[in-house]
Design a protein around this ligand. Structure first.
Ligand code: ADP
Length: 165
């Protein structure tokens, strides 16, 4: 089974890593795909996000994972890489409506690709990349939200933004 786990991953958090670790156990290959969305103004470039994803997954010893970026329709990308499953993580109930709508839309576009939801581990219920960035900008502790190498990259990025301001 080839599965694709799409997202912004701006940057990767322990919540994403939890989903990647658990999904990697029941799929043959997991393709972690970073959405290249020019409409959003991200903190990290797609390349920077992929480097952080690779490093953190390598540290966990995960071997059946590939990393790439994609743009356009997810369902077209899934077909391109012969993925038959889309993995999504579910956090608080607020995720549900959007995720359900996306899953139904994707199935109506291509019924041979199934969406599988993995529910969050409770300690990551409210963890998102946006929360990490907000807390970091305000000088709070993010060490329990992201791996140390990601925390270091956020720090460097914020220092750079400050210098250029
Ligand atoms: P988006 O695709 O909305 O930009 P992200 O890139 O942050 O969101 O997340 C990609 C996927 O990972 C989504 O399915 C999202 O629900 C899931 N996810 C993000 N954070 C967590 C978490 N803390 N626990 C479980 N799943 C999560």
């Amino acid at each position: 089974m080839v599965a694709v786990y799409p997202g912004s991953f701006d940057p990767i958090t322990y919540g994403h890593l939890d989903i990647i670790t658990r999904a990697s156990k029941f799929v043959d290959t997991l393709v972690v795909a970073v959405l290249n969305n020019s409409a959003k103004s991200p903190m990290f470039s797609v390349e920077e996000r992929i480097v952080m994803l690779k490093k953190t997954c390598a540290d966990l010893g995960l071997k059946n994972i590939k990393f790439t970026d994609f743009s356009g329709l997810l369902i077209d990308f899934a077909k391109e890489i012969s993925a038959n499953v889309i993995i999504r993580g579910l956090r608080a109930v607020t995720d549900f409506e959007y995720e359900f709508q996306m899953a139904l839309t994707n199935r109506s576009l291509n019924s041979s690709v199934e969406t599988l939801f993995i529910s969050t581990s409770t300690q990551y219920l409210y963890l998102s990349s946006s929360v990490v960035k907000e807390v970091a900008i305000l000088g709070g502790d993010i060490s329990f939200m992201v791996p140390a190498i990601v925390g270091d990259e956020i720090k460097k990025k914020l220092e750079k933004i400050k210098r250029e301001a």
